[in-house]
Write a protein that binds this ligand. Structure first.
Ligand SMILES: Nc1ncnc2c1ncn2[C@@H]1O[C@H](COP(=O)(O)OP(=O)(O)O)[C@@H](O)[C@H]1O
Ligand SMILES: [Mg+2]
Length: 496
């Protein structure tokens, strides 16, 4: 029986059962009102309404384009995956796909030696940080002690500052470990155990004091690559020139419990280095060589392609202590499809689910980006949000993705990669054509219809080649065929 108290009411509720689209109208299937009350939109399902009419004001439809797909959040997020799985994480490492060979290579070096050093290189957004985080998660499961926020190398760092940064990370590792073990009940301490403990505490307190006020990346704020000015560093005058190598070595020994467990250190930020900055980093590595060689520690250095030469290859003293360099290629398209499937499954919230982008379609589109996974995920997020304005909860096709973001890419990408004039030449030759349409210098001159001579076209092609916007595709006799090689520029050109 329905009582009078259940007369029509107006509520504001979150659509929780997913959306259904019909005749260009999107309606909610059901709303979660409170812990035990659900409003199910029976009328939509063609079943007679069994309750008094309930009018639902949906205040969430506009704010989240993901809800109509049956997703709780943006599946195209661009953050690196977290180093540890936690139930609260929106980017858990369990979403990681592929990279088995690289994971094995670096991981087995760590478990197979008492100390080691490896370099991981790759283009921007290819997945370097996520891979290191995956390695950390896997090794942590095997008893290796590691840390979340990486050791940061910043502009103009002195050896002492680098060592202070390492000690800061080691202090965090110890704090994390203590927090984890404090909940486990201990047997009553013997007096010798208690004095050992007191001595250990005293050591770490001293380390804390030593590095206080001279942390060059105070507050954990990354200052980017070497090219960026580092912020003012406060070092007490009397200790400015004393190296902290002894303290670092001692800290390694203590944290590793005299070498009975391994430590993994993740050094980041060796990216976008100018020649001078790379030289400064190379000098720094040479000066901290002893620290890098200390017992019980395993180092993974992460940076742009080429740091194995520019930062670690300058002197044999340094290159000889780095036995392993792993270069990260673009993720395979099949892995990209898998990545999206996992993200969708992780973020599914409603009963109904519609993929914002078909994983196979995304994988095919990804081939254009050749490695910049971050840039690619950004493209998908923009396209889906744009599409959702007119068609919420509808899967976006490859053609629509390009159509939605071409203008935005023109405004944001083109000015950084090529001149407006060269872009116009490309628009005439391959704009709106299927990707990757090939062309020759003669095509550039012909399509310019008098606005460009053959020599001018040849110069334009050289400029585009030099900047990496286009690449040679094939030769046929004396004819050279080119294609747009930059995924973002090809999107700006609306290549389908
Ligand atoms: N192997 C992978 N599996 C799943 N997602 C990945 C993988 N590699 C990268 N990603 C995702 O791609 C984006 C860029 O990765 P990131 O590790 O930050 O790249 P980089 O450090 O090389 O700039 C992030 O959103 C990250 O979650
Ligand atoms: Mg990174």
């Amino acid at each position: 029986m329905v009582s009078d108290s259940l007369l029509p009411i107006i509520i504001t509720a979150k659509c929780s059962l997913g959306y259904v689209s019909d005749n260009n109208q999107t309606s909610c299937l059901g709303y979660h009102i409170n812990d035990n009350l659900w409003y199910v939109n029976w009328l939509l399902w063609g079943v007679p309404q069994p309750f008094p009419v309930v009018t639902v004001t949906d205040s969430y439809l506009i704010s989240s384009p993901w809800t109509p797909f049956g997703l709780s959040d943006d599946p195209f997020f661009q953050a690196a995956l977290d180093p540890a799985d936690s139930s609260r994480s929106t980017h858990p490492i369990s979403l990681f796909v592929g990279r088995t060979a690289e994971l094995r290579l670096i991981g087995s070096q760590v478990v197979g030696a008492s100390s080691s050093r490896a370099i991981l290189t790759g283009g921007p957004g290819v997945g370097k940080t996520s891979l290191v985080n995956r390695i950390k998660a896997s090794l942590a499961g095997q008893g290796v002690l590691t840390h979340a926020a990486p050791v940061r190398v910043v502009g103009g760092m002195t050896p002492r500052q680098f060592e202070a940064e390492v000690l800061r990370v080691l202090l965090q590792m110890r704090a994390g470990e203590q927090a984890a073990t404090s909940s486990i009940p201990h047997a009553p301490a013997t007096s010798s155990r208690a004095s050992e403990q007191a001595e250990d505490d005293a050591f770490w307190r001293r380390v804390g004091r030593l590095i206080m006020g001279e942390d060059s990346v105070a507050g954990g704020v990354s200052l980017g690559g070497f090219g960026v000015q580092s912020q003012a560093v406060r070092i007490p005058a009397e200790v400015q020139h004393t190296a902290l190598t002894t303290e670092v070595t001692e800290a390694f020994r203590r944290l590793s419990r005299n070498g009975t467990r391994r430590l993994l250190l993740h050094v980041n930020n060796l990216e976008n280095l100018s020649t001078t900055a790379a030289q400064a980093a190379a000098n720094l590595m040479q000066q901290v060589r002893d620290t890098l060689l200390a017992d019980f520690a395993h180092w993974v250095f992460v940076g742009a392609t080429g740091i194995e030469r520019t930062v670690f290859g300058g002197s044999t003293q340094v290159s000889s202590i780095i036995p392993l360099t792993v270069h990260l290629p673009p993720l395979a398209p099949a892995d990209v499809a898998d990545l999206l499937r996992r993200r969708y499954a992780h973020l599914r919230s409603g009963l109904r689910f519609t993929p914002p982008v078909d994983p196979q379609v995304a994988a095919a589109l990804y081939e254009r980006f050749r490695g910049d996974l971050r840039g690619f995920l950004n493209l998908l997020a923009l396209a889906v949000q744009q599409h959702a304005i007119s068609a919420p909860g509808r899967t976006v096709s490859a053609g629509d993705i390009i159509a939605h973001v071409a203008a935005r890419y023109q405004a944001s990408v083109v000015p950084h990669r090529l001149s407006a004039e060269d872009f116009t030449h490309l628009v005439r030759v391959v704009g709106g054509q299927p990707w990757p349409t090939e062309f020759r210098v003669t095509d550039v001159a012909a399509r310019a219809a008098g606005a460009l001579t053959q020599a001018g076209a040849s110069k334009a092609v050289k400029r585009l080649l030099l900047s990496g916007v286009i690449a040679e595709h094939r030769r046929d006799g004396r004819s050279v065929y080119y294609q747009v090689a930059d995924g973002a520029v090809s999107v700006a050109l609306a290549q389908t």
